[in-house]
Design a protein around this ligand. Structure first.
Ligand code: LMR
Length: 392
């Protein structure tokens, strides 16, 4: 029976981790998979999380089941950061649950939309490759459009055309901030305009927030999403704590529904619960519990914000340095200074990407995406020189 299966190629991004690990060259540079790295090239556990884990270790007195919704204390503690302090439930119209990473939340959002009648996902591309994979796995079509018009602006006309091509009830996937992989985000005015267009068309928006705090600031990074949510009757939010709490392998995510009223919200959440039960039964607990402890403790929250601000500052320094370099060979680096978050796309082809790996031990995704966090004071000049070399 199983011989009937076709062999699947390994996920290209995840395969890069192994390729880089196996390279013995000491000056290798990893610009591949999206993890934050510090100036030493490490991805340490946040000190605030370590402290929360120590508390958890001491105080946790049971590991009994929690249910498909996971740690509701974690889900609620995150809400003011996502939806604002003033009214985090938007008048009782928002409810949420914990998910296995942001990926679990995206899966849940697409599956719930599909159960409600969605046939397609409107998706700006390039996007995080798993968006497309999850949609395809569920049997949803993709209505694709170009996310970026050039190296620093979104293609708003392309988005409008794609929305016009969608059917009522289809999903509109939007990156909350620090767009993966381009780093190019919508302006506040554009967020408001998209809300109007989505509503006119009767689309169900899914806002994927995976990098809060790594762009311009914790509040700034969700300003567009909040302005959007204020305008629409219903939406879903998928949230990842991978990067902004450094919880990668602990798989800490959350899923929120905004509904027009309490009855619809209850109905949607009952469906989300049974989808979660059928998919993973319940999310892993440890990471969510640690984030909850951080967010409920004033001192740990202060430390977390400080750690996040340091990460953001370092990313900004890298972007400024690349921007100031001007050009590297045929590549104009100046737009990178205006991008947000971990990622930017380099306009280079497979030969240059291969030459960077072969001749300079520099690893990046085959799409041309770089994770700028792999750069630091010790290697950034070498990266710029190598890029110049392969594109001269
Ligand atoms: C990335 O885009 O590199 C990260 O979000 C890791 C992943 O799961 O793909």
């Amino acid at each position: 029976m199983l011989e009937k299966l076709d062999t699947q190629s390994p996920d290209a991004l995840l395969a890069l981790i192994k390729l880089h690990r196996d390279d013995q060259r000491e000056d290798k540079i990893d610009l591949g998979v999206g993890v934050y790295r510090d100036e030493e090239g490490e991805t340490p556990v946040f000190r605030s999380i370590k402290a929360a884990e120590a508390i958890l270790h001491d105080k946790q007195d049971s590991k009994s089941y929690l249910g498909p919704e996971g740690d509701i204390g974690f889900v609620n503690a995150l809400m003011p950061y996502v939806f604002g302090n003033a009214d985090p439930t938007m008048g009782g119209r928002i409810a949420g649950m914990q998910t296995p990473g942001g990926t679990g939340a995206v899966r849940l959002a697409f599956a719930l939309a599909q159960a409600a009648g969605a046939k397609s996902v409107v998706l700006g591309e390039p996007s995080w490759p798993n968006h497309r994979q999850i949609a395809r796995d569920l049997g949803l079509e993709i209505i694709s459009f170009e996310h970026a018009a050039d190296a620093s602006t979104t293609d708003f006309e392309a988005l409008k055309t794609a929305i016009a091509d969608a059917g009522e009830g289809d999903v509109l996937l939007l990156h909350g901030s620090s767009h993966n992989p381009t780093g190019i985000d919508y302006s506040l005015a554009q967020w408001q305009e998209i809300a109007r267009l989505a509503q006119e068309k009767g689309l169900i928006p899914v806002l994927d927030i995976a990098y809060q705090g790594l762009g311009e600031g914790i509040e700034e990074d969700v300003a567009g999403a909040r302005a959007f949510l204020a305008e629409v009757p219903e939406a879903m939010v998928t949230y990842s704590c991978d990067k902004n709490f450094g919880m990668y392998r602990d798989r800490v995510g959350a899923f929120y529904v905004l509904a027009a009223d309490r009855d619809v919200l209850d109905k949607a959440m009952s469906n989300a619960n049974s989808l979660a039960r059928a998919n993973w039964s319940m999310p892993p607990d440890h990471g969510g519990a640690a984030v909850r402890i951080v967010l409920r403790d004033t001192e740990l929250t202060r430390r977390w914000k400080e750690e996040l601000a340091a990460m953001r500052g370092r990313l900004r320094w890298i972007r400024d340095t690349l921007g100031k370099a001007g050009t590297a060979g045929s590549v104009d680096l100046t737009p990178l200074a205006s991008h947000n978050g971990l990622f930017s796309m380099l306009p280079i082809g497979p030969e240059s990407i291969e030459a960077l790996r072969r001749d300079h031990a520099i690893y990046m995704a085959g799409s041309g995406r770089i994770n700028i966090a792999g750069l630091n004071e010790g290697n950034i000049d070498r990266f710029i020189a190598a890029l110049g070399d392969v594109t001269a």
